[in-house]
Design a protein around this ligand. Structure first.
Ligand SMILES: NC(=O)c1ccc[n+]([C@@H]2O[C@H](COP(=O)([O-])OP(=O)(O)OC[C@H]3O[C@@H](n4cnc5c(N)ncnc54)[C@H](OP(=O)(O)O)[C@@H]3O)[C@@H](O)[C@H]2O)c1
Length: 306
């Protein structure tokens, strides 16, 4: 099965679903997981310097026997060591992953570069111009962070990777307006959170109702994960997920074969998700409203993995 792609604002294409080496694999050996993902059809791999496993991500790629041109590799800039630049940090990532270039290089957290965001973005552009990465983007950037770098950018970010699922969709609206304006692809992590990190929420019966309808239409099994990933896919969102299980990996990829949600089903997920504001990962500053911190499951210092 060919994994479908999304167009980026720099003319490149990105596979719509990626296999991540953070969260469950954070600071762990990722080789076997990467092999499992590649053997079962993933082509897009999502790493980061802070995950501490770029070398084993590279080992998994090498062991898979896949050619570089078949793969889309993302990594992310962490905190800079004194004297380092986004370009020199990427050169070290390439050495660890054992490749000549990555396809996408993201600034992982604006908060790692307080007061220096414009300088950092210039450095990202230099890394791209040097051919070390095909595309550049950001992660966990709020609308204000985006506005700051867009003041000086000669290359706008191609992607912003953020926590995205129905319980944060409303809070993301200021971001999404800028993404639309600059054709920045929204990338999601934690997309399946309502199903297990937030089980028992208002979405549970809605997901079940839509899952049952899709299964009937398809005449074959459809899972809860596929309903949420389809919701993201139909919104043009790049899904970053992970799994230790071959069966679930195949199920994620099979999402593109699941029948489409209707406009009414999408609206029902949007409005039901909007009834509960719940964030499971970082970035308190996304939530400038009064609903925010009381509902954040993981405070800094107590984040699940990154
Ligand atoms: N940029 C950032 O700051 C940032 C932050 C967080 C994550 N990420 C990226 O996003 C990737 C994916 O992150 P994620 O974990 O948040 O993805 P996710 O898609 O929300 O969840 C995937 C995880 O959920 C488990 N899972 C899936 N379905 C389940 C079910 N029905 N019941 C119980 N568990 C289930 C999987 O475990 P099994 O092994 O059991 O399948 C897997 O560990 C990371 O690896 C990383 O690359 C980036």
């Amino acid at each position: 099965m060919t994994v479908s792609t999304l167009p980026l604002n720099d003319g490149n294409q990105v596979p719509w679903i990626a296999f991540g080496t953070g969260t469950a694999l954070f600071r762990k050996d990722a080789e076997d997981a990467i092999r499992l993902a590649l053997d079962n059809g993933f082509t897009h791999l999502d790493g980061a310097q802070v995950y501490g496993n770029e070398d084993t991500l590279g080992n998994g790629i090498a062991a898979s026997g896949k050619s570089r041109s078949e793969l889309f590799i993302t990594t992310k800039l962490g905190k800079l060591q004194p004297g380092a630049t986004p370009k020199s940090a990427l050169q070290e990532s390439l050495r660890q992953i054992k490749v000549d270039y990555v396809d996408l290089y993201l600034v992982h957290q604006a908060n790692n570069h307080v007061g220096k965001l414009k300088e950092i973005w210039k450095g990202m552009e230099e890394a791209q111009k040097a051919g070390l990465t095909k595309s550049i983007g950001v992660s966990n950037f709020t609308a204000d962070h985006l506005k700051t770098i867009l003041e000086i950018a000669t290359i706008p970010p191609a992607v912003n990777q953020v926590e995205a699922h129905p319980y944060v969709w409303q809070a993301l609206q200021p971001n999404l307006a800028i993404h639309d304006q600059y054709k920045i692809v929204t990338s999601s992590y934690g997309g399946l959170s309502p199903l297990f990190r937030g089980k028992g929420g208002p979405l549970d019966p809605v997901i079940e109702q839509i899952r049952a309808r899709l299964e009937k239409t398809r005449g074959a099994p459809v899972s809860d994960s596929q309903v949420l990933n389809k919701w993201l896919q139909q919104k043009g969102v790049l899904v970053v997920t992970t799994s230790s299980k071959a069966e679930r990996i195949r199920e994620y990829l099979d999402t593109q074969n699941v029948p489409e949600l209707t406009a009414e089903e999408i609206a029902l997920i949007d409005t039901t998700g909007g009834k509960l504001h719940k964030r499971y990962f970082v970035s308190l500053e996304f939530d400038n409203d009064s609903r925010s911190s009381a509902h954040i499951a993981f405070q800094p210092g107590n984040w699940p993995s990154e």
